[in-house]
Design a protein around this ligand. Structure first.
Ligand code: HEC
Ligand code: HEC
Length: 338
């Protein structure tokens, strides 16, 4: 990978005209990388919201994502989307991976601690317009054919999650377009990816140039700076729940996972009837069920999730390997075991 990067940069910079002036072309603006990509020839028109539909606005979309409804003051009123969740129950709306080219669960947790963000099962909605495929990896096992429609279509991806993940009603067209409009506001910006001054200047040059080859190289360079999909690998709980997965746990790291993930939904029954806190009572409850095969076992709920149950539509999403590593699960167990 490293080799590939330097090769591309090298090919790219070798393309820069001889009299390239780094200082003059130095660019300090923090534009959306999608704007830059469009200047380099990428066609993103299919993802653009349709503002001709009545009621569509990024503000309405933001309100739907964060509060689950749109107040009348925003032009068009809509009832609550889900009784159980809002989109931000499971997704961050800001950058959560320090290195967008190499997302990593522990680097994300460290970043979450530093920024006071929750550590959640869903990938961030920040940067979702910059991805080219959705519900990747093993998600077809969970959502079956629904994934086919949503895989390459951001509108269907939104609709799938509203109904299946959030267990709510279907969104109206103006609501989908509004959410999409909001997603464009939380797209990846240039300062969120790491670019050297030379690379920045080269990109500015390429975006102003008429040279198709140079533009193509610019797009290739940018594509190495962030992941255009969120990978997802389902893993089962350890086969022997008494022994665990054989790793040594770090309880203080586990405490952070408990706080920024489990308690985000369970403290004061925010999104679940199960009320958890940091008391001995809570921790002993989890400890007691840990090595069982019940829906109260931490191994069970993290890796399989908790299904919709008894006609109640609430459920708990599982953590993929990308969202909680095997080491992190061991750390969490180590914290619970005290
Ligand atoms: C109960 C948890 C939960 C809620 C609530 C929820 N989501 Fe999701 N969402 C997920 C999970 C888990 C995934 C699967 C994979 C991922 O995010 O990469 C997902 C995936 C997505 C994706 C595709 C991301 C990708 O890159 O594959 C979009 C878009 C999305 N959700 C939008 C929404 C919107 C909009 C709402 C609110 C209407 C919402 N979600 C509510 C859990 C949730
Ligand atoms: C996105 C929100 C969310 C997160 C994060 C979350 N949970 Fe849950 N959890 C739920 C929901 C919703 C249920 C389903 C129960 C219900 O209907 O209220 C649930 C169910 C459970 C249950 C089963 C309860 C029972 O008696 O049936 C356990 C145990 C549990 N969660 C533990 C955890 C632990 C441990 C973590 C952290 C690794 C965690 N949860 C993270 C939302 C969440």
């Amino acid at each position: 990978m490293k080799y590939l990067i330097s090769l591309v940069v090298c090919l790219f910079t070798s393309y820069i005209p001889f009299k390239f002036d780094l200082v003059k072309t130095k660019d300090t603006s923090n534009e959306y990388i999608s704007d830059l990509e469009e200047k380099l020839g990428k066609d993103m028109s299919s993802k653009k919201p349709d503002f001709t539909i009545k009621g569509v606005s990024a503000e309405a979309g933001e309100s739907l994502v964060k509060n689950g409804f749109v107040p009348k003051s925003m032009g068009k009123k809509a009832g609550r989307q889900s009784k159980h969740f809002v989109c931000t129950s499971c997704h961050n709306v800001v950058k959560e991976d320090p290195d967008l080219a190499n997302p990593n669960a522990q680097a994300r947790l460290d970043f979450a601690i530093q920024k006071g963000l929750p550590f959640l099962q869903g990938s961030p909605l920040y940067g979702v317009v910059n991805r080219s495929t959705y519900y990747n990896g093993d998600y077809y096992k969970k959502y079956g054919n629904l994934v086919n429609k949503a895989k390459n279509n951001i509108r269907e991806a939104i609709q799938l999650c509203a109904q299946e993940c959030a267990q709510g009603r279907k969104l109206d067209q103006w609501e989908v377009e509004s959410i999409l409009a909001y997603f464009w506001k939380i797209g990846i910006k240039r300062n969120d990816i790491s670019l050297s001054d030379v690379e920045k200047a080269a990109l500015v040059q390429a975006s102003k140039s008429d040279d198709a080859m140079m533009k193509k190289k610019g797009l290739e360079l940018l594509s190495l700076k962030y992941m255009d999909r969120a990978d997802a690998t389902f893993v089962p709980p350890p086969s022997n729940r008494k022994v665990g997965n054989g790793l040594a746990g770090n309880a203080s790291n586990g405490a952070k996972i408990y706080e920024l993930s489990c308690l985000y939904c369970h403290q004061k029954q925010k999104y679940s009837y199960l009320d958890l806190d940091k008391s001995k009572l809570s921790l002993n409850y989890l400890k007691r069920h840990l090595d069982t095969y019940h829906r109260q076992s931490v191994y069970q709920v993290t890796r399989w999730g908790v299904p919709v149950y008894n006609g109640k539509k609430s459920y708990m999403p599982q953590y993929t390997l990308e969202r909680m590593s095997e080491q992190q699960l061991t750390d969490l167990v180590s914290y619970i075991n005290g």
